[in-house]
Structure formats: structure tokens, C-alpha cells
Design a protein around this ligand. Structure first.
Ligand code: NAD
Length: 707
């Protein structure tokens, strides 16, 4: 018999198993709102009461793409303002999950697609978990990324199921786990190969292999098969007092190293796990988890992180004035260097055939080697199979010949940052390519209008500016010149989305948005070194402010210059000088490039590079100088605020929120500060007043922009 509720469908099979299919018609994915949880509980209570029901299989009817449950409703978390009300609600959910867990009728979760946050916590409260290895199946507790901790018992159930170290890692990092790892951890009890189906309906769902296995397990459990988790040696060992103490100490130490004290949620999650460890899941949830999650949910930090979450979702779904009708099949990449090889690798991961061109065979083979190394990481993590790994490599076709580019639909150029070379390259491309093929530049500092000055098909020219390392950096700036056609914008945005990136459409300008703003920070750090301020004081000020903390490790501007490469930085600074005298270099930077050896770095083996000081003393009469950390921080951060205001006035982007997102994803501005523009607005003494006083003291480069 089939019953239809607002969000669920149920069907009682003759063998006594009731299938509960989660199908939220109002959203593309299943999420757990307060209303849905209450409806779910009514469905469960009916199943518990019904004498014909022996066991329950809980699954999702979403199949395109498959998703089990994506988590709690973040809009509801955003609206929480009352700690006590929040605690009362999560305690109610703790009761539901406890009753479900203690019911004589076993519940089996049959999972395909995302199983995150509250969705995973619900699955953890089930007696058994069957999952498929569909590419979109993943498990995770991402709550800390929203400034809270898991609130539906996750901090209590997970350690008991998979052991302390792995559970702490999942809870405190918020990172996802893929099916094979989930199986190895004991998070999943049965892993089944995914078999595609056209439609997933409650009427026929038991024909799917993973559902039929879930039904079988449900019947076995109902007939008394033991379901207690097998406490492996690792889990038992981790419970020994000394090891337990060490595990908690290590978790806290790792968090302090990677997150400093900027984000309270991961450390409080460790408290919740530790304080609830010897208790029942229910007691630990109510006494240790509920108060912490409720306190964090009303904090301004959590609200800021949720604001970023929604901004990110908006970027992910960026709409363009016209829809792209182009079916990109073959994409060309010009330049197989650091960026070109990463772009080609990403394209091939997403199923594109890629033509990768460079000047010499050895440059191509180096590029291919880099791609293979990157893809091997996915293979090692068992995110992909060996055949998929090989397919990914085969989809990249290396070439030295332009004639191969006759039929490409779009080419991304990633050759050296030399304007004349890029202009020449575009001419060569247009000589062979179709007139409707798009040319996208990955330039860091030149304008699309300069590169395409002599182009025949200017309307097909655009920028797709990626960031390094490409896998970790989600942002892509789509730089649009006056002459770029809306169709070309739509093609570039659609490609960026297919590449799994966040496209940010910006008006053409030197450095686009991120490098333009970031250059003020980098240039100031260089001027500070020249002035006599020690390298480590400069980087320390930026790190104490939290720069790059969200990548897992704070990083100062001079470390960043070392990472990007001093030569690239010089190219970028040189071409950004056209923005005006506020972008100044210093002659010493050219002396970092030596003829005979590699360019000098500011840092060498974790220490300040004394050769830089030597060179500064010998050639520039350098004398050490002490400046307060607060002044250093102002000198580094305020020019970015100033440049951002100029970008807004010039309509490089249309909102301060977009600047905040761009600086978070492209430049490592710390999320806990709420975003560059939001942080500026929150200052007691206005940033304009502070810039004015810096300009009086240090020169006109700090003169604030007044709209
Ligand atoms: P790279 O020096 O590592 O690679 C450039 C490659 O282009 C080399 O292999 C070179 O042989 C090849 N090349 C040069 N002229 C060519 C031509 N006419 N045809 C084909 N290949 C040619 O440089 P990179 O770091 O990958 O940077 C490439 C571009 O990406 C630059 O515009 C840079 O500003 C931009 N970018 C770099 C970074 C970064 O962090 N390095 C980040 C974002 C954007």
C-alpha cells in the first residue's frame, strides 16, 4: 500500500518492510526543516505503531542528480536568534533519534548522493547504512564551516561508530568522505555499485540493487541479527585513557595550528565530544551538544559564515543575460605551464576533450606530467577508478601545431604574462580558428581590451582568470570588455560552472577585481621591506589578522609573493602601474632576480632569507626599523579597502558582497572577519580617517578615494 505525505511517500511491502521515500517537491534536494522533521516523525510513529511493519528502509526518491539528504535547512539556522528556543528544538530532535534508535523495529538507511550534516546524523541514528558508489555520493558534517557544530547527535554517535580520531577529523574539519573511505571507516555497512536508473519511484524502487540489499538487511535485523558496531582494535585502543587524552590533545593542537583561535566551533566540537564521551548518546547530545550548538547558532560569526554560504550559492548559479546555446566539445589550452596544465587537467576531469599547445615537446611533457600527478591524487583517494584515471589522461591531447585548433570551440590562453606575446598568440589563433570560437585569456594583469586590440572577432574575446592552485581555488573571474558579446559571456560562465568553479563576472580592468585589490597589499609589503621593516614582522601582522586562514594555514604577503613567484609578481606590478601612482614598486625588487642563481625568496626553509637583507644593505643602505603591529596591519589592509571602493565606483562589480566573496575565495581575506567591505564598515574609527592619517605620515599612496 502506498501513502503520500507532503514530503514523503511510503509503501508497505508484503514482507513487512516499509519503504519511506524522502521527496521534497519544493526543493531540488532534500533538506531537514523543522516542518519536515516533524512530518518525518509522524511517518515514523505510524510505522512503529503499525503491527504489519517489521522494519523500515529510509531512502530518497531524488534521482536527478541523486541526493539522500543535504542537511538541515540553513535558512532556518540563519533565522535563529533565541538560544533557548534553539536548544529546545535540537533536544526534541535528539529525542526523536533516540526513540528511533531504541525502537524494536530496525531502520536501514539506503543512501545514494549527498548525505550531509543533519542528513548524515539521521543516517547515523539508523541501525544500518547501505550506500552506492555513485560519483555524487558523499558523507560529511560541514557544520563547522557555518560556525556551528553538528546538532542532531552527530558529535555523540559518530565517535562511537567510527572511533575518536576519525570522528574528530570529520567533525572538526567539516570535510567530506567518499564512499570507499566511508566503508573503510565503518560509516557505511554495505557498499553497492551504482546502477543507473531512469526514474526512481516508490512503486518500483525495490528493484534497485542497493534498495533490495537494504530491504534484506532490514529483514535480517528484524529477525535478531546483531547490529552493534564491530569495535575494531583502533576504536578500542583510542578509548584507553592515555590514548584518549592524547587524541583530544592532538585534535585541539591541530585546530589551534590551522585555525588559531579565530574559529571557536571546531574547539567547542572537541569539548562536546570529550564531555559526552562516557555518556549515552542521548545524554551527551542533550547535555553537551545542544547547549554548544545553540550558543554558536546565535553568534554573529555564524551569521557571517551563513551569509557567505548564500553568496557562494548565488555565484554557483550565476545567471547571464542570454543563455548559452553553444555545446562546447573541444577546448584548447594555450600554454602547458603551471596554470595551463591545471586548466587542461580540470577540463578533462569534467569530460572535455582538451587540446594543449606549447612551444616545445619538453614543455608539453612537463605539463602532462603535472596533470598525471594531480589525477593520481584522486586515484589514491579512490575518488576515481583506474579506467577513469586513464580516460582523464587520454582526453588531453598535446600538440605543437596550430592546425589542430581549426575546430576548437573555445581556447583558454595561459602563456607568460607578456602583453605582446598574448596579442601575437591571439592573431595566430584567429588565423586558424573558426570565427565563432571563443578566445579566453587567463591574464593576471592585462586588460582584455589590450590583448584583443587587433583582434578580428573582438566580440568573442573574454577573460577567464583562474587562481593557483586551481583545485583548491574555486573562483574564476570572467573579465568582460565593452566589445565582448553577451553570448560569449554566457559561454564562459557556463564553462566555469561545468568546471565546478564559482564564476564572478567583472568589468574589464587591469588585474580585474582580485589582483587589483590584492596588489595594493602586496606592493605595500614590498615597500615595508625596503623601508627597513623585518620580513617576519610584516608577515606576522597579516597572519595575526587571519589572512589565508581559511585555506588551513595563515600566510603573509611576502610568503604569498614567494609562493606565486617574484617574477610573476614583478610582471603584475609593472602592468598594474597604469592604475596610478598608488601602485608603486621599489627598485630593490628587481635585484631579487639574480642572473646566475634562482630568484631570491623572502623566506628560505622557514626562516627569513638573510641574502635578501644582505642585498638590501649592500645595494640600498637598508637599516632595520620598528613599527607597531597595528600600524603594519592598517598599512596592509586599508589600501585594499580603498581599492575596493574605487572598484565599486567604477562598477567593476555591482555589489560590496561580491567583493567580499571575491576576496574570500581569490585572496584569502578571512571569512571570520565577515568580508573586506563588511569588516571596513564595522570599524570604530573609519577606514577613510585612518587612510588619511597614513597618507599624511607616509605619502599620497594612502590618500583615500572619496566617491
Ligand atoms: P608558466 O611560465 O608556468 O607557463 C607558460 C607556458 O606558456 C610555458 O610552458 C611556455 O612555454 C608557454 N608558452 C609561451 N609562449 C607560448 C606560445 N606562443 N604558445 C604556446 N605556449 C606558449 O606561466 P603560468 O604561471 O602558468 O602563467 C600563465 C598565465 O596565467 C599568465 O598570464 C599568468 O599571469 C596567469 N596566471 C598565473 C597564476 C600563477 O599563480 N602562476 C595565477 C593566475 C593566472
Amino acid at each position: 500500500m502506498i501513502k503520500t505525505y507532503r514530503t514523503f511517500k511510503t509503501r508497505l511491502l508484503e514482507n513487512g518492510v516499509i519503504l519511506i521515500g524522502f521527496d521534497n517537491q519544493e526543493k531540488p534536494v532534500n533538506i531537514l526543516s523543522e516542518r519536515i522533521l516533524k512530518e518525518f516523525w509522524l511517518v515514523m510513529l505510524e510505522a512503529f505503531e503499525d503491527k504489519k511493519v517489521k522494519a523500515i528502509v529510509l531512502t530518497s526518491l531524488k534521482n536527478n542528480p541523486p541526493s539522500f539528504i543535504a542537511g538541515a535547512d540553513i535558512n532556518e539556522i540563519k533565522r535563529i536568534t533565541n538560544e533557548a528556543e534553539c536548544e529546545a528544538f535540537v533536544s526534541l530532535v535528539h529525542k526523536m533519534f533516540r526513540d528511533m534508535e531504541q525502537s524494536k523495529k530496525p531502520t536501514v538507511a539506503a543512501i545514494e548522493g549527498v548525505c550531509l550534516g543533519g542528513g548524515l546524523e539521521l543516517a547515523l541514528a539508523c541501525h544500518w547504512r547501505v550506500a552506492t558508489d555513485h560519483p555524487s555520493t558523499l558523507f560529511g558534517l560541514p557544520e563547522v564551516t557555518l560556525g556551528i557544530i553538528p546538532g542532531f547527535g552527530g558529535t555523540q554517535r559518530l565517535p562511537k561508530l567510527i572511533g575518536l580520531p576519525s570522528a574528530l577529523e570529520m567533525i572538526c574539519s567539516g570535510k567530506n568522505v567518499y564512499p570507499y573511505k566511508a566503508m573503510k571507516l565503518g560509516l557505511v555497512n554495505d557498499l553497492v555499485s551504482h546502477a543507473p536508473v531512469d526514474e526512481r519511484k516508490i512503486e518500483t524502487i525495490e528493484k534497485e540493487v542497493f534498495i533490495s540489499i537494504a530491504i534484506q538487511r532490514a529483514l535480517e535485523l528484524a529477525s535478531g541479527k546483531k547490529t552493534k558496531p564491530k569495535f575494531g582494535l583502533k576504536i578500542r585502543l583510542a578509548s584507553w585513557p592515555v590514548l584518549k587524552k592524547y587524541t583530544f590533545w592532538k585534535a585541539r593542537d591541530d585546530i589551534k595550528k590551522s585555525r588559531k583561535n579565530f574559529y571557536p566551533a571546531p574547539l567547542l566540537a572537541v569539548d562536546a565530544v570529550e564531555d559526552g564521551f562516557g555518556k549515552s548518546v542521548y545524554s551527551g547530545s542533550v547535555e553537551n551538544e545542544a547547549p554548544i550548538v545553540s550558543k554558536l547558532a546565535v553568534s554573529s560569526l555564524s551569521k557571517n559564515l551563513i551569509h557567505f554560504h548564500f553568496g557562494t550559492e548565488d555565484l554557483k548559479h550565476t545567471e547571464t543575460a542570454v543563455k548559452s546555446t553553444s555545446q562546447l566539445k573541444t577546448v584548447g589550452v594555450l600554454g602547458a605551464g603551471l596554470m595551463g596544465s591545471q586548466i587542461a587537467g580540470n577540463l578533462s576531469e569534467k569530460g572535455f576533450n582538451v587540446l594543449m599547445k606549447d612551444l616545445k615537446p619538453e614543455f608539453l611533457s612537463n605539463g602532462l606530467k603535472r596533470i598525471a600527478e594531480n589525477e593520481a591524487k584522486d586515484l589514491a583517494r579512490r575518488v576515481i577508478t583506474k579506467p577513469e584515471y586513464e580516460q582523464r589522461l587520454l582526453r588531453v591531447y598535446p600538440t605543437l601545431n596550430w592546425t589542430d585548433f581549426k575546430n576548437v570551440d573555445l581556447a583558454i590562453e595561459a602563456i607568460k604574462e607578456v602583453l605582446e606575446w598574448k596579442q601575437q598568440l591571439l592573431t595566430e589563433f584567429e588565423n586558424v580558428a573558426r570565427s565563432d570560437a571563443v578566445f579566453a585569456t587567463n591574464t593576471s594583469s592585462h586588460m582584455v581590451s589590450e590583448i584583443a586590440k587587433n583582434a578580428k572577432n573582438k566580440e568573442r574575446c573574454i577573460a577567464m582568470h583562474f587562481f593557483n592552485p586551481l583545485r583548491a581555488m574555486k573562483l574564476v573571474e570572467i573579465g568582460v570588455a565593452d566589445f565582448t558579446s553577451p553570448e560569449t559571456v554566457a559561454i564562459a560562465v557556463s564553462l566555469a560552472k561545468k568546471m565546478g568553479k564559482l564564476p564572478l563576472v567583472v568589468k574589464d580592468c587591469p588585474g580585474f577585481l582580485v589582483n587589483r585589490i590584492l596588489s595594493r597589499y602586496l606592493v605595500e609589503s614590498i615597500l615595508m621591506v625596503a623601508e627597513g621593516i623585518p620580513i617576519q614582522n610584516i608577515d606576522k601582522a597579516a597572519k595575526n589578522f587571519g589572512m589565508a586562514i581559511d585555506s588551513g594555514r595563515t600566510m603573509g604577503p611576502l610568503e604569498l609573493i614567494d609562493y606565486v613567484g617574484i617574477e610573476t609578481c614583478i610582471h603584475v606590478i609593472e602592468s598594474l602601474k597604469k592604475l596610478g601612482p598608488r601602485i608603486q614598486g621599489h627598485p630593490f625588487i628587481a635585484d631579487m632576480i639574480t642572473k646566475d642563481t634562482k630568484p631570491l625568496r623572502f623566506w628560505l626553509n622557514g626562516k627569513e632569507n638573510q641574502a635578501v637583507y644582505q642585498m638590501l644593505q649592500n645595494q640600498h643602505g637598508w637599516i632595520k626599523k620598528k613599527v607597531s603591529e597595528s600600524e603594519l596591519t592598517d598599512r596592509l589592509i586599508l589600501p585594499m579597502v580603498d581599492e575596493a571602493s574605487r572598484c565599486l565606483a567604477e562598477k567593476i562589480v555591482d555589489s560590496p558582497d561580491k567583493i567580499d566573496l571575491a576576496m574570500l575565495y581569490g585572496a584569502g581575506f578571512p571569512a571570520f572577519r565577515g568580508g573586506l567591505m563588511k569588516w571596513a564598515l564595522s570599524q570604530n574609527v573609519s577606514t577613510t580617517v585612518r587612510l588619511k592619517s597614513l597618507s599624511e605620515k607616509l605619502g599620497p599612496r594612502f590618500e583615500p578615494f572619496l566617491a
